[in-house]
Design a protein around this ligand. Structure first.
Ligand SMILES: [Zn+2]
Length: 169
């Protein structure tokens, strides 16, 4: 990967955001100029791709979300902030895998752990799986609220029982 989310910027041309950019790069394989039209909405800055010879398979466009969300996740005994559930759309116009020459989704489940190459059906499957897990989390939330209330009530009852035992002793 030659780009990260932090280097992706809005199109720097005079064209409006919705207009696909057309540009060209030098193929490091043939030495020839190759014209490319960006996926509509592509937010990658292709300046470096255009300026230095590139292998065609390394050229890709993406539409990314910049609203990263992190949660404190514990993998070492000390919780650290890890990015969760970010997603983007990529297309690799010269990919060796034909399926990557059409836009596909990439989901980062948690920092650097990806589900890639998702077509709309695949992405829907991921969304449905996560929606089921969210339902399970909501059930756990309800159970937790109930467990805390029961626990607090039991503490009070147990204290009352102990007081009564001391009084009658
Ligand atoms: Zn692009």
């Amino acid at each position: 990967m030659t780009h990260s989310a932090t280097t992706a910027t809005a199109p720097s041309t005079h064209e409006s955001a919705g207009t696909p950019r057309t540009w060209s790069f030098t193929s490091s394989v043939t030495g020839e100029q190759v014209a490319i039209t960006c996926m509509p909405g592509c937010t990658i800055d292709h300046t470096r791709d255009a300026e230095t010879p590139s292998h065609p398979v390394d050229i890709y466009c993406w539409i990314g979300e910049s609203d990263d969300v992190t949660l404190p996740i514990d993998t070492t005994g000390t919780p650290e902030e890890f990015r969760v559930l970010s997603s983007r759309i990529e297309v690799h116009p010269f990919a060796r895998a034909l399926s990557h020459r059409l836009p596909f989704a990439v989901v980062e489940v948690v920092d650097e752990h990806w589900i890639g190459g998702l077509d709309p059906d695949g992405l829907e499957m991921v969304i449905n799986t996560l929606a089921e897990r969210l339902d399970a989390l909501r059930r756990t939330h309800a159970d937790l609220v109930r467990a805390r209330a029961d626990y607090a009530a039991e503490q009070v009852l147990s204290a009352l029982r102990q007081n009564k035992a001391e009084v009658t002793a």
